[in-house]
Design a protein around this ligand. Structure first.
Ligand code: ADP
Length: 398
């Protein structure tokens, strides 16, 4: 639970900061691109104003803030069909290419645009028309390197955010962890303390029964103290399993197929009594290294649940098979099943799908959390599949 909370904190902080970072980086890139585009436009306008002359003739473009310090040229076409080319600075393209560029600009049917590394602008003049070009490769390179730099900085920042949020999550969940530990200790201590009084109540009820004979009230006391005893045992099991340093499991190699058969077969009489169809399909001689009594406990919980939550004359099956080195146990039952949105929750402590509906089955919502804890301690996985109203299947992968 605490790890999930920590993961959520890390995901939320990292996602929020990353979104913020992306917005800022995008804004920087867009603003810079728009500025550069405007600068190119102003520079072309200025060039057209000066009839394509960027250098000399009294005009000093290098001190004009509206002029891009780059190669430029212009092609003037007079109303009489005359063509005049002006080249500023060291443009290496020859006249033929320049005229070709001008033709492309005219045929594009747009007043401005880009051809190769050049931006162009077409302007009507009294003498005809002028198309001015300016080299924008440096500006394009600036745009690209700004984009790459923001990507690199963004990537590094996301990693930093991640590290920071991991540290922050430890700090944030500390109070929850402390409360959780205290709660666990309380449950464990309370369960221990309750064990003796329950045993005393039960023993006294037995003595009374021996003295006064069978009695309706005594049977209520006995059945309720048995229920209480069951709850206390479940709470103690869970507390022990969660206390990894205190309660060590004994791992040994054993025949899993035999253990499942030994555990599943005694349920046959209960199935028979309640008119349920019971099937076992156990792959023989599957061995496994784990804590025998805990694995038996998982099976008991799952088969017990299958009986409790299956429909009248329902079907129950227990399977064991291996798949790519994994030992898979499946416990299936027809019946009410579990709604899709509750599938994850059934492994939480004290969670019962429908308290009102389940009340007659008598449970506390601890069985599956115990099974989950045992499977986790075996580094395995437990999951559930279900079609609501039809069936449920619990799958343990070891
Ligand atoms: P309990 O059975 O004591 O209530 P569990 O932790 O074993 O507690 O199960 C939690 C809940 O999951 C149950 O209350 C029940 O709603 C649901 N559940 C468990 N097993 C099955 C099953 N085989 N079919 C349908 N629902 C199930």
């Amino acid at each position: 639970m605490i790890r999930k909370l920590q993961q959520k904190i890390v995901i939320i902080i990292t996602t929020l900061l990353t979104i913020l970072l992306i917005v800022v980086m995008l804004a920087i890139n867009i603003v810079s691109q728009v500025n550069n585009k405007n600068k190119i436009q102003r520079s072309l306008e200025r060039l057209a104003e000066k009839n394509g002359v960027g250098i000399g003739t009294g005009y000093d473009p290098y001190h004009d803030p509206d002029y891009i310090y780059s190669d430029s040229f212009a092609v003037k076409i007079g109303t009489d069909g005359s063509v005049e080319i002006t080249i500023n600075r060291n443009t290496e393209v020859n006249e033929k290419v320049l005229i070709e560029y001008a033709n492309q600009a005219f045929s594009s049917n747009k007043d401005s645009g880009y051809i190769g590394n050049y931006a162009y602008l077409i302007k009507e003049k009294v003498y005809g028309v002028i198309v001015v070009f300016t080299d924008v490769s440096t500006i394009m390179q600036q745009n690209t390197s700004l984009f790459i730099n923001t990507l690199i900085i963004g990537g590094i920042s996301v990693l930093l955010f991640f590290g920071l949020s991991v540290c922050l999550s430890f700090w944030l969940v500390r109070p929850v962890r402390v409360t959780f530990e205290k709660q666990k200790l309380f449950i464990s201590n309370a369960s221990h303390e309750l064990k003796t009084p329950i045993a005393v109540i039960n023993a006294n009820a037995d003595v009374l029964e021996a003295e006064i004979g069978q009695n309706k009230w005594l049977s209520y006391i006995k059945s309720d103290s048995a229920r209480l005893n069951e709850l206390v045992n479940e709470l103690l099991s869970l507390a022990r399993l969660e206390d990894k340093s205190g309660h060590k499991l004994v791992f040994e190699e054993f025949n899993l197929s035999e253990l499942i058969l030994q555990t599943a077969l005694p349920f046959e009489s209960r199935m028979f009594e309640s008119g349920k169809k019971y099937e076992t399909d156990i792959q023989p001689d599957v061995t496994y290294r784990g804590d025998i009594s805990s694995i038996r406990h998982i099976l008991t919980i799952l088969i017990d649940n299958a009986i409790k939550y299956s429909d009248e004359n329902g079907e129950i099956s227990v399977k064991l098979y291996t798949r790519s080195n994994k030992k898979i146990i499946e416990v299936y039952n027809t019946g009410m099943g579990i709604p899709k949105d509750k599938l994850d929750k059934v492994f939480e402590r004290f969670y019962r799908v429908d308290e009102a509906r389940n009340s007659e089955s008598g449970g506390y919502g601890l069985g599956l959390s115990i099974a989950n804890e045992i499977v986790k301690r075996h580094k395995g996985n437990i999951s559930v599949q279900s079609e609501y109203g039809k069936w449920a299947k619990f799958i343990v992968e070891l």
